[in-house]
Design a protein around this ligand. Sequence first.
Ligand code: GLN
Ligand code: ZN
Length: 716
Amino acid sequence: MKTYAYGYPRLGKNREFKKIIEGYWEGNITEKEMLDEIKKLDEERRETYKEFVDIFPEKEITLYDSMLDMCFILGIYDYSINTYFELARGKNALPMKKWFNTNYHYLVPEIDKKTKFKFSWNKFADIDSEMPIYIIGGWTFLKLSKGYDEMDFKDILLKLKVVYKEIFENFNKIHLDEPGFVFDVKEEDVKLIKEFYSDLIPKDREVYLFTYYDSVDFLPELYDLPFKGIGLDFVSNRENFESIKRNGFPDDKVLIAGIVDGRNVWRSNIEERREFLKEISKYAKNIFISNASPLFHLPITVGLEEDMDEDLKSMLSFAFERLYELKLIKESFFGKEDGKNWYKKVELGYDEEVRNKLKELKDDDFERKVDYEERKRIQKSIFNLPLFPTTTIGSFPQSKEVRKKRRDFRTGLISKEEYENFIKEEIEKLVNLQEELELDVFVHGEFERTDMVEFFAEKLSGVATTKNGWIISYGTRGYRPPIIYGDVKRTGPMTIKEIKYAQSLTKKPVKGMITGPVTIIAWSYTRNDIPMDEVAYEISLALKDEVRDYISNGIKIIQIDEPAFREKAPIKKKKWDEYFEWAIKSFNLIANVPPEIQIHTHMCYSEFGEIINYINKLNFDVISIEASRSKAEILNDFKRVDFKKQIGLGIWDIHSPVIPEVEKMLGVVERALEIFEKENFWINPDCGLKTRKWEEVIPSLKNLVKVSKILREKYK
Ligand code: GLN
Ligand code: ZN
């Protein structure tokens, strides 16, 4: 029995990865210096692996993203460092997309019938170890790419096969990532997978196939293929184990059993894992033990959390600790170590009051008493908004100054009062600007917020934040997911002061702005000792308190942001109903407000087709969504269902620095009006403006308001 780990974070203990790559972008170091530094960093990673595990992949390192690396390995582009970073972040960068149901974004390769492939780029030139080299398999690679017609999938895959053949011929040991095998794979696709791999791998090669994030529905079909080992995730699901029990496991292959969690931070119960391993070994003769999914979803090490509560700390494992656990489990399996001292379960953050509130929830609490049409009438008379009302999504530029003040406040350089006064000034300036621009529904700008989840996490009890728990969200960009460890409760108003202040400065309605429970859960590590729906409802109850305070302070429009609503959905469709059930209820629990209060929600992605029926069950009045990229698709999605509510189809793509032209935005609206009624149409950007510059924001908003005025004139 061996231990095999993969996906260890590339970021480095002190976020060296970010510093090196960004240092190169800024011209502070040369290409060679950058590559040397990265090599050193990777060397450290390998040393860490070696300390604990027997096998790990070679060349996992990437300068930006592994899917992008594959584009070069497969010869879609000719490699040069400039081309590489141009595709990653230049003007014509590849689009970005969420990687499975995680919060990592990968670059989406663009491939069509005419794309030529050839094995190239010497990423693998200096292999000097016995470890398998890391690649992403052809099937997943192509499934996650775009630009081709579904009909051409097979032809392209078979073209790719030639290149993969060469790779397999060139290397003795290969770590083959095929997480796409956990999708709902159709029968003809299973056939294709078999066709692709059956004669691809020379006899004497050791190819270790890895799947993760969920189960493989067609596992026995993989038994016929010439893989030396098959990696399965035994943490996220029960199905893989059931399948092994039903189908057994071939004696000539290694079962790479993913039994420590790659996506959540709770320590493994070594004794329990050992027993599970014994259970599996009844069905499989050869076993490696491994992490259940890549470790880059975890921060580097708990050891860096000096200020963290000791009890909480003693329950956590990040990536480094997971490697240690693999070693422990192996030793424990052979009776060399009992593993008793590692796992701890301290009951932290138990809150009787919250538990009772949960128990008392009734169906009625999840319903809005007045139906939408009636609410619309009531709200119309209150707000008296013009046709095509204009608004923004919430945040405004987080300038250097804003970030510096926040830092100064955190490090004690300026007082709380000074900081709060500064925020007030920013709010006041923004309210004045919105008056000047003649927007209809205002926001306060979110200047006091770092991150829309971390901000709430810091204020809620039962949730911890970390000091160094960075993980990569894309490229070199990191964030620190909070840890939900106990019962969640509001300890006091979280956003009221700022919103109330903004409202006091204007007659226009200012939106109360909160992050919804699904997004808070999706972008945090979550406790798993109680069901997820209960965690969600606890957060909803806390946010409900905030909403109640909005209302008593005269705030009449409340926006519940749920950008992770789609992303958090399970990979397999058969698990969707169960997920959406609680996701919807957790939203509706908050949205259960009097009919006079207008509930907005915001979701920032453009693929609504699959989830539109679920969206229709959310009790909002107005939804704003991203649409500026694929309007046609989104309109078709809405065409198919009976969507009656108000919608703000983002007509300005804020992800680009380009200032949107009036004509172009008008065009988008005109097309949308073929589907939506003019009374239901809002005019807004497609997401928050925090990453934009003021020089871009002001002229863009001017154009946006112009669009609305032209439309009002035309459709009055
Ligand atoms: N209100 C948030 C903002 O404007 C929404 C961000 C998001 O959807 N990711 O920044
Ligand atoms: Zn958004």
